[in-house]
Write a protein that binds this ligand. Structure first.
Ligand SMILES: [Mg+2]
Length: 321
């Protein structure tokens, strides 16, 4: 890190670099020095967001800052890990103080809420791109992985599905400023709430988990692939928000729309009795949406008929993925 970069981080991200548990040395030297907790594994995850690909380029800078960290905290939650430290690499077309101020406020508010310290960073000139690395703690042998789902396990999701995909359509069609249901749905796209408490509450109980970044059908298929299993979804049980229903959201948004950043996890039948307590400690509703099968592939049941569900995600910014 050069002197100028450390200065920029101190200027815009002060308060986030304050001494925090496990930070021996934070921003300003050639590397941070961190003290991991004893008897814990370190979970590490990295994500890049590119303007115009992963978020609308006209998104408010505060939302971009929030989202840059949120997608990484979501990965921590999918592992059942407690996030502790973050590193930020920022590529900007120009040093725009107003944009940086908004960006850092969005980033800092979410970091503070989860007790995450920013311990390093880098800035370069170029097209808008944000790369965040998050490090967190998880109990030894206690992480939630994708490969543990077994036939007979229930498939569950946190929160509601499809809001962000419908919200992006609202954002694109306007008129701006959005109001009412359209504004709420766009907020689910721009300011996703990572389910960190849910992931931690599920660790040790859920057999597998993944966070929903590319859409339920594609992400669940990844989990099932790692587990060597298939599944049948109850399409009538997919949880929808009131705003999503009011804005004519469709099943395709819920199955193939990305950016929900909810958790999808599997629970053995014997653990279902404890779901009420898990929901209370996580502070989010959880809905059973299907069952893991031995037969590979993904199927959906609606009104008594069963059809194949393609493991396809929807890319808001051109083509499928
Ligand atoms: Mg993920």
């Amino acid at each position: 890190m050069s002197g100028g970069e450390a200065e920029l981080i101190r200027t815009y991200f002060r308060g986030m670099t304050a001494s925090q548990e496990g930070v021996v040395l934070g921003v300003g030297d050639d590397a941070a020095l961190l003290r991991p907790r004893p008897q814990r594994w370190l979970a590490a995850s990295c994500d890049t967001l590119i303007g115009g690909v992963h978020f609308p380029e006209d998104a408010p800078p505060e939302a971009v800052g929030h989202r840059g960290l949120a997608v990484n905290l979501s990965d921590m939650s999918a592992m059942g890990a407690a996030p502790a430290w973050a590193l930020l690499s920022l590529t900007l077309p120009e040093e725009d103080p107003a944009w940086l101020d908004g960006f850092s406020r969005g980033f800092a508010a979410l970091a503070d809420g989860h007790g995450v310290a920013l311990v390093g960073g880098d800035t370069t000139r170029g097209s808008l791109s944000i790369t965040v690395t998050v490090l967190g703690h998880v109990a030894e042998h206690g992480a939630l992985c994708r490969g543990g789902a077994r036939p007979g396990d229930g498939i569950w999701v946190t929160g509601t599905l499809g809001d962000a995909a419908r919200g992006l359509e609202c954002w694109r069609t306007g008129p701006h400023p959005l109001t009412g249901d359209a504004a709420w749905l766009a907020g689910r796209l721009l300011r996703p709430e990572p389910r960190v408490a849910a992931g931690r509450a599920l660790a040790g109980t859920a057999t597998a988990a993944i966070d929903l970044s590319d859409g339920l059908a594609l992400d669940l298929s990844r989990l099932l692939g790692e587990s060597g299993a298939g599944a049948t979804l109850d399409l009538d049980a997919l949880p929808a928000s009131d705003a999503f229903r009011a804005a004519d959201g469709e099943v395709r948004h819920m199955l193939h729309g990305g950016d929900d950043y909810e958790l999808c996890f599997t629970l053995p039948p014997a653990a279902e009795g404890g779901i009420g307590e898990i929901q209370r400690s996580a502070g989010v509703a959880m809905t059973r949406i299907g069952t893991v099968d031995a037969e590979p592939g993904l199927r959906g049941r609606a009104g008594g008929a069963v059809r194949t569900v393609e493991p396809r995600g929807y890319d808001h910014f051109g083509g499928t993925r």
